[in-house]
Design a protein around this ligand. Structure first.
Ligand code: AMP
Ligand code: ZN
Length: 459
């Protein structure tokens, strides 16, 4: 079976044909590093990690290049730096914020079982590429300098009609309607009300770099140009897959396409545009004001990363996902079972019943249903789970982590079990029941069999 992917641009599921099967190229928009990542941010990380693993499985590990950037220049970073480190010069404070947040992001996504991308470019290391794209856009008549800013003109792009995509095609909007609906209080340096910023002046103390030719004052890039520059540097002018959350389709991805295609005279930037749906918590939009804003870091205090991963993959990536405690508990129970059955078994090849739904536009709910059907085939279950990024620990590690997290003292449990066995031997069933209830209250489930008594932490 061949891989088929849904493309946001053409709104259809198509067979995936790489531009070069020896070098399959994917770009995914990464985090802006100013704060802990929340569980919504984990969704693209996990979804595109599954795709990365599937591409590596299909084309070979050496033939897939996955680029996920780190946005380390942004107003939100500057604000956070000034707030958290008021005594430091702004540039130093910014470095502290981006380093700390970047480190935390890596710790979080490593725990989720996500492979590191092939390249993780930082925006601040690609300012030269940004300047070059901007200069090409100015030379081509798609952008102009005004009051130390450089603006991109979507109207110039659509007027050019020179083998370029139409501005608005990706997000399915009409430029005329955007112009009619735009705010009236547009910045005075903008010629058109839909023009967007490629470059802007820095305030004193803010990070700044030499500007594109024609602008004397130093400045800094707009957000959209960062991804065009990093994708170009690491994947070229035209590549296979570009991904991110659905909220990025407009304006971020629409503007990336415009910049890249106009600078390099391309009809397409990426052949497949993939977007994950949004995550909400207990049926509500996640927000700080509602008090239901959860970071990955907080969730990892209560749950192993693989439980979060499974919980995410139970929903198809394009559907909205409702993140609930109930579902997390079920995911934990499922993984307990899979660890018991498959973690210590030598993995076989992944089962066709799991791989085939994945090839069909990453149908992970169907793949997970197939995993449930593999309980009787431990080797296939093990291989299939590993393809999906699970079973990073042994069964014993998993169980002992669960015990640690529960705060249950294994020595104490063993001592109570020995007392209970002794009570049963002298037929003191009142005492043996009392001990069983005591253990249950501690969160320990026991199972008697002819070979003796085993126990585990109940979920
Ligand atoms: P940001 O740092 O806000 O630019 O987001 C980083 C990534 O997380 C982007 O791909 C966003 O689309 C994605 N994202 C942010 N919030 C959510 C959410 N609630 N559900 C799913 N994806 C999200
Ligand atoms: Zn981006």
């Amino acid at each position: 079976m061949e891989l088929r992917l849904y493309d946001t641009l053409t709104k259809e599921k198509r067979p995936f044909v790489p531009l070069d099967a020896k070098n399959v190229r994917m770009y995914v928009c990464g985090p802006t590093v100013y704060d802990f990542a929340h569980i919504g941010n984990a969704r693209p990380v996990i979804v595109f990690d599954v795709l990365f693993r599937l591409l590596r499985h299909t084309y070979g590990e050496a033939h897939v290049k996955y680029v996920r950037n780190i946005t380390d220049v942004d107003d939100k970073i500057n604000d956070r730096a000034a707030r958290d480190f008021p005594g430091l010069p702004l540039n130093e404070a910014i470095r502290k914020v981006t380093e700390q947040t970047g480190r935390q992001f890596h710790a979080d996504v490593d725990a989720l079982g996500a492979l590191r991308p092939s390249v993780e470019p930082r925006a601040t290391e690609h300012i030269g590429e940004m300047r070059e794209i901007i200069e090409r856009l100015i030379a081509g008549g798609f952008a102009y300098a005004a009051e130390d800013h450089v603006l991109f003109s979507p109207q110039a792009m659509n007027a050019a009609n020179a083998g370029l995509p139409r501005y608005g095609a990706l997000s399915n909007r009409s430029l005329d309607e955007m112009i009619a609906g735009a705010r009236v209080d547009v910045a005075p340096y903008k010629k058109g009300n839909t023009d967007f910023v490629l470059w802007k002046p820095s305030k004193p103390g803010e990070p700044s770099w030499p500007s594109p030719a024609g602008i004397k004052a130093e400045g800094r890039p707009g957000w959209h140009i960062e991804c065009s520059a990093m994708a170009w540097k690491h994947l070229g002018e035209h590549f296979d897959i570009h991904g991110g959350g659905i909220d990025l389709v407009f304006p971020h991805h629409e503007n990336e396409v415009a910049q890249t295609c106009c600078a390099f005279h391309q009809q397409r930037m990426a052949n497949y545009w993939m977007h994950n749906g949004f995550l909400q918590v207990e049926s509500e939009k996640m927000s700080k004001s509602l008090g239901n804003f959860i970071t990955i870091h907080e969730l990892l205090q209560d749950w192993p990363g693989e439980v979060l991963r499974l919980n995410m993959l139970k929903t198809h990536y394009r559907s909205p996902i409702d993140w609930t405690m109930k579902s997390l508990e079920e995911s934990a129970k499922t993984l307990d079972d899979w660890y018991r059955v498959a973690a210590d078994v030598a993995p076989g090849g992944p089962a066709a019943s799991v791989v085939e739904p994945l090839l069909d536009d990453l149908n992970t709910p169907l793949a997970i249903a197939a995993l449930h059907g593999l309980r009787g085939e431990a080797a296939a279950l093990s291989g299939s789970l590993r393809l999906l990024g699970f079973l990073s620990e042994s069964a014993a590690q998993w169980e002992s982590r669960k015990q640690q997290a529960s705060g249950v003292d294994a020595g104490e449990v063993e001592r109570l079990l020995a007392e209970r066995t002794a009570a049963r031997a002298r037929k003191d069933f009142r005492e043996s029941d009392r001990i069983r209830d005591l253990l249950a209250a501690m969160g320990v489930a026991i199972k008697d069999s002819k070979d003796g008594t085993t126990w585990e932490i109940a979920r």
